[in-house]
Design a protein around this ligand. Sequence first.
Ligand SMILES: [Fe+2]
Length: 502
Amino acid sequence: MTRLNRRHVLLGGLAGVGTAVAGVSVARAASYPFTLGVASGEPTADGFVLWTRLAPSPLSADGLGGMSSAPVTVEWQVANDRYFTQLAASGSVSAVAAWAHSVHVEVGGLAPNREYWYRFRASGQISPVGRARTAPAVGTSPALTMLFASCSHYEAGYFTAYRRMAEENPDLILHLGDYLYEGGTGSGVRSHVPSAEISSLANYRVRHALYKTDVDLQAAHAAAPWVTVWDDHEVENNYANLVRNDASPAGDFTARRAAAYKAYYEHMPLRSAQIPVNQNLALYRRLRWGSLATFHMLDTRQYRNDQACGDGTKVCPAADDPARTLTGAAQEAWLLDGLGQHLGTWDILGQQVFFTQRLAAADGSKSMDAWDGYTANRGRIQQGWQARGNTSTVVLTGDVHQSWAADIMDDYTTQNQVIGTELVTTSISSGGDGTATGTGLSSLNPHVKFNGNRRGYVRTVTTPTQMAVDFRALNQVTVRGAAVSTARSYVIEAGNPGLQTA
Ligand SMILES: [Fe+2]
């Protein structure tokens, strides 16, 4: 990297966790390209991905962020300290219009289990500084502080929960989907851009850019590496594979999915293995956190059968058809193979939709969009981890905009044996402020132990012997600045599945 002038060094030195605000204030200069912040992701023991996208006019309607069609060289630096006095790696990459001038740098050759700081420079401007982290080496199991979140709706509330996540100084953040919402402007504390439901590549790009201009979201990205998987709203509510949810907006849904997946890749810190090909993007993948934990990140949208009985919450015998799949056969086999490898003490499934059975009424009605609509697929996976002797399996879930905790049972009718644990994060903002108490617990679902209806996220601190779980909650998201507190805590013991009161 060429030498940096004094102002750049000063900016780098001042920036850090939570200082994306500084970047946005600088962004008022029309040429400042880092209006969308910076991000890292996909940590391994020797590196991670660095991401940014050049967009001096982030909401430009053509989706090009105010950039011309010309490629731009983007320099990057990774340092051992937040002041960049000692560089660990550096280089440059070309940002091109075909990928909306986004960059995805796969950094390797770093030391395991330590934090690093990174920044970019392009067009004579320097980016905010982000903090990244490498995973520990295989054979070691240092404690891991991991936060997971889902469902950030720009109109429904401010992203204060993302700010609070940044302040937790996590090692790792998982986002389990509904990173953005595709709908047009509704009612809320602020308005979507574009104002209509998005379906073109340009519109998906602008919507991603709108979300990324949020300073609280930028702070969370700058605080730690993220591992992301999508749910439905990154494309369209409740779509299934190439089956659309409704006829509006008109147009070819395959082309729409291709546009949405491309924009998703462009805006997330993903590896080249996730570069989309036409309407497909290979998103399910495994990440190892030393010998402590293996993250099996699932895609429950791209390969699923259409929701049974026309979707909704209902009694539907077809939901139990053994031929139905939520994961697709290839992903199911891949997951079971990975569970059988016993790569770490904990097997953590990061995925979207409610996993355990959740009866809505005594007549047996259940959500057709969740695993309850694909019970044979769920049964094969549950029995698969039992057969392989996985006794420290934790399923992480988003989607439903409330906090839940449940024991995963071998059989939901007999409630014979606890074989795993499900933790469901509430939304970052979807649903607005919520209520002080959840009302979802029911004697129909004795394995479901907790339901909360505030916004927030889940904090886990994992060691070789236990996972300490805190459901973190904010009383308000329709006004900025709410504090976070713990609504409920549990402990999960390694080798002893199920929730224990902390
Ligand atoms: Fe959602």
